[in-house]
Design a protein around this ligand. Sequence first.
Ligand code: FAD
Length: 467
Amino acid sequence: MSDKITTQVVVLGSGPGGYSAAFRAADLGLDVVLIERYSTLGGVCLNVGCIPSKALLHMTKHIEEAQHLAEEGIEFGEPKIDLDKLRKHKEKVVGQLTGGLGQMSKMRKVKVVNGYGKFTGSNTIKVEGDDGETEVKFDNAIIAAGSQAIKLPFIPHDDDRVWDSTDALELKEIPKKMLLLGGGIIALEMGQVYASLGSKVDVVEMTDQLVPPADADIIKNFNKQIKGRFENIMLNTKATNVEAKKDGVYVTFEGDKAPKDPVKYDAVLVAVGRAPNGNKIDADKAGVNVDDRGFIKVDSQMRTNVDHIFAIGDVVGQPMLAHKAVHESHVAAEVISGKKHFFEPKVIPSIMYTNPEVAWAGVTEKEAKEQGIEYDAVTFPWSASGRAIASNAQQGMTKLIFDKNNRIIGGSMCGTNAGELLGEVCLAIEMGCDAEDIALTVHAHPTLHESVGLAAEIQEGAITDMP
Ligand code: FAD
């Protein structure tokens, strides 16, 4: 069967960037077609990224917390893990959200076309679906094709014990011994899930710290708090060979902490970054420039080098985060509808949703040094917070960075709910607050967000006797 559709706006890809662009464009009165290769909307984030990983982290966090409570007088029995139930719970969460997107598309009369879309010209996309081909003729296009996990040439990715994050989220089994190949956010989140479920987990990271973009003191604090979670953290070390044998996956290492002989694992999670999908959509047929890595360059209105074609989300560059994609999507849809809108946030927050969470926004201290920015860094240790002590979160820390005019330009935290607390820091930076603005804001007591106000008070010189 072959079909032809004409539309004012076509959106290619239905991740957070794509569905948000489609909804905003439809809300602005435009006629919209949304193309998605998979049967559910929501892209990586809802189906195999942000949401299922957070569902699993939420469930497994309680295992660690129960172990801790035993030290304080509330003892539970050994946890009994029912992987099927856990998987079903995760699928229910995902289904609720992706199903909601389907309904929201219908309500807005966004036409969803299922199948793989590729440009065939500057105003046409051909979609190959299970039910045949559809040609979509468009006035404007928004490319939201996202990204996929990077594969390394020396790794046998087709072996079913060699996982990417999507495989890890499937929860097929709890491997006895597992390697996280890469020490970034995705690896450490999944590593926490499997360690809580009982796997013995090693980590190999080629740089000198876990989560390389975060500040060293924040990660030092994180390492202290997760002591014992991982069996062996190998920094400044590379995996140089991965061999799948009958009895296990053997990994050879090179570097500071490299074991002499190959180590046998039951599963290896490869999480070494994500590559954009820009060169898989025949963008050249529409005249859109794509770089060698697959990124599509856009201006601050999310416009590509072709006037009526826009691109958003992971496919346009770092940071590859859902909230960045959503904000970019609104800009693209609004510009198409004739509004003058630009994507120019001061900060895009980064959060690792482990226990404890690590969160940062704006300039890190590391970046301030590299960029030669005159700055003050102040740290508020949560050991001085009543709420933190009462909640067994006293090991955490809040750090704020101020420029030479005492204006806040960055903030990092490690601790319970750090990702939630970071919202205040983001707003303060966007609003151009200085230390006094933050210090004079009445923060409720006892809360963890008091730590932001108290860090600003330290900067103001109002507190001088920190432990
Ligand atoms: P995607 O979500 O990648 O969506 C692109 C969509 O386009 C996909 O559905 C794909 O099937 C479709 N598509 C691509 N090409 C075609 C084509 N030719 N035809 C039809 N359809 C096509 N980010 C956060 O902000 N917070 C988190 O907590 C977080 N956790 C994550 C955890 C994991 C395990 C992973 C892998 C990622 C995580 N991310 C997180 C990153 C986040 O998922 C991405 O930044 C976000 O999904 C990008 O949105 P997008 O719209 O650009 O693309």
